[in-house]
Design a protein around this ligand. Structure first.
Ligand code: PHE
Length: 456
């Protein structure tokens, strides 16, 4: 079977748009629509935005290019990619960490995506009534483990179905359907939101510059958000890059994906805050903003059921195209490294990831008292390890690898192969070799200190 796979030709994206939409599908997810607006609102509005944009341009974009190049040259999953470029060295461990992180992220990402599916279903069937207490309802929803388990399972089955179809017929085809739909829904919801009375208050809240908010904590939030939102640091972009042909372009495609991700994140703020403020609600944070506050908005808005349905459908689509990139990364590892057939790999991994999602679900019912370091529930614990530790470590490893093991000259030449007008120059090497490792290392350490400091 191994030999059979080795001689079988690797699938490739069928067009440039195919790659861009698939990679943008990976990048645009819960991180953009659910997380970005409240993180921005809480961290100083426009000031946070400026810092975040700087992180995207000087750290995220160069790393995105780096991962695409590692994938395109090696034509392999993350473990195989490092092995191919640095044979006989332990660098493959960097890929291994990535694959493990993908597994970990998907196990809880799918649980949250399940909440979103449940709310989409509910909007369609019954809508949101003004008489409801949505905070209490959300509490009841997440403490009902069997219901959560069912939606988490449904979401995993959707991912498995798409991934089992392969690159062209699965990921690419579905991204080409879902991403334009996501964009349309978003435009519709933004128009609705910014034409409500009092919409300006929301925009003012989202973007008011608060200089005093610049702090180490805020810088940390900005960099963590930029890795998560661009899907870098865990090999998803290496994997998607490995389905590019060797002559396909890199810097321009990367710019498209990073640009789309950034625009959609900012637009989410314009979609959410004007509506929240127009109805005199508190912006709240995180899960609360999406699942407790927004249903109130839909309850009060004319045609709220339709807009509510559209919003949760949008959120579910964004989550689905990201989740398939996570599942593809772990699947590619089994297929490329272990010679497992795609179909079997998908079933085995989908099942394991489903099981790994059970503890985060129980964290809201049977295990409500459980806390890691006295502060994180189970889902937040998974998220903390992934976001504060593994993603930055993975990104750091990939930068050090390229800067010092692969050698920056070879890497830059590889990146520019097939490139059009947009090319990388010496600046890219400086960022990859010095700036990014230094900044990311400081951030990982500061993040650890910050977390353990609070444990008394
Ligand atoms: N980028 C996705 C989001 O913003 C999450 C993700 C992270 C997807 C890592 C793949 C890999 O929601």
């Amino acid at each position: 079977m191994k030999r059979f796979n080795a001689v079988r030709k690797r699938e490739h994206w069928s067009s440039r748009t195919g790659f861009i939409l698939a990679a943008a599908g990976s990048a645009v997810g819960l991180g953009n629509i659910w997380r970005f607006p409240f993180v921005t609102g809480e961290n100083g509005g426009a000031i946070f935005l400026v810092v975040y944009l700087a992180m995207i341009v000087f750290i995220g974009y160069p790393l995105f290019i780096n991962e695409m190049a590692i994938g395109r040259l090696s034509q392999k999953d993350p473990v195989g990619a490092f092995r191919a470029l640095a044979p006989g060295t332990p660098w493959w461990l960097a890929g291994g960490l990535g694959v493990f992180t993908g597994f970990l992220i998907l196990s809880y990402y799918s649980v949250v995506a399940g909440w979103s599916l449940a709310y989409t279903w509910r909007a369609m069937l019954v809508g949101f009534s003004e008489a409801s207490d949505f905070s209490a309802e959300f509490g009841a929803h997440i403490s009902s483990a069997p219901v959560l388990l069912m939606w988490h399972g449904i979401f995993m089955v959707l991912c498995m179905g798409i991934i089992s179809l392969g690159i062209k017929r699965g990921i690419e085809r579905w991204s080409e359907i879902l991403m334009p739909l996501l964009f349309l829904l978003m435009i519709l919801l933004i128009i609705r939101s910014i034409t409500l009375d009092g919409a300006w208050d929301g925009i003012r809240y989202f973007l008011r510059p608060e200089i005093g908010r610049i702090s180490p904590r805020m810088l940390l939030n900005a960099v963590a958000q930029s890795f998560f939102t661009l899907s870098i640091g865990m090999g998803a972009i290496i994997t998607y890059g490995s389905y590019l042909k060797r002559e396909d372009e890199i810097p321009g495609n990367a710019a498209w994906v990073v640009g789309m991700d950034t625009v959609i994140a900012i637009l989410s703020g314009f979609m959410i805050f004007p509506a929240v403020f127009s109805f005199g609600l508190e912006p709240g944070s995180g899960a609360g903003l999406t699942f407790m506050t927004l249903p109130n908005v839909f309850a009060m808005m004319p045609f709220g059921r339709f807009f509510g349905f559209s919003f949760f459908l949008l959120l579910s689509i964004a989550a689905l195209t990201s989740a398939i990139s996570l599942l593809e990364t772990v699947t590619a590892y089994l297929v490329d490294e272990k010679g497992v057939r795609r179909g079997w790999a998908v079933v085995a991994l989908g099942t394991l990831i489903f099981l790994a999602g059970i503890p985060p679900i129980l964290g809201y019912s049977a295990w409500t008292g459980w806390r890691f370091l006295g502060q994180f529930d189970v889902l937040d614990t998974y998220d903390w390890f992934a976001n504060s530790l593994f993603l930055p470590l993975g990104a750091l490893a990939a930068a050090v690898f390229t800067g010092y093991a692969w050698h920056i000259r070879n890497a830059a030449a590889e990146v520019n192969k097939g490139a059009g007008r947009l090319r990388v120059g010496a600046w890219w090497g400086v960022l990859i070799r010095y700036v990014i490792p230094a900044v990311v290392a400081v951030i990982i350490i500061a993040g650890l200190i910050d977390t353990f400091w609070k444990v008394k």
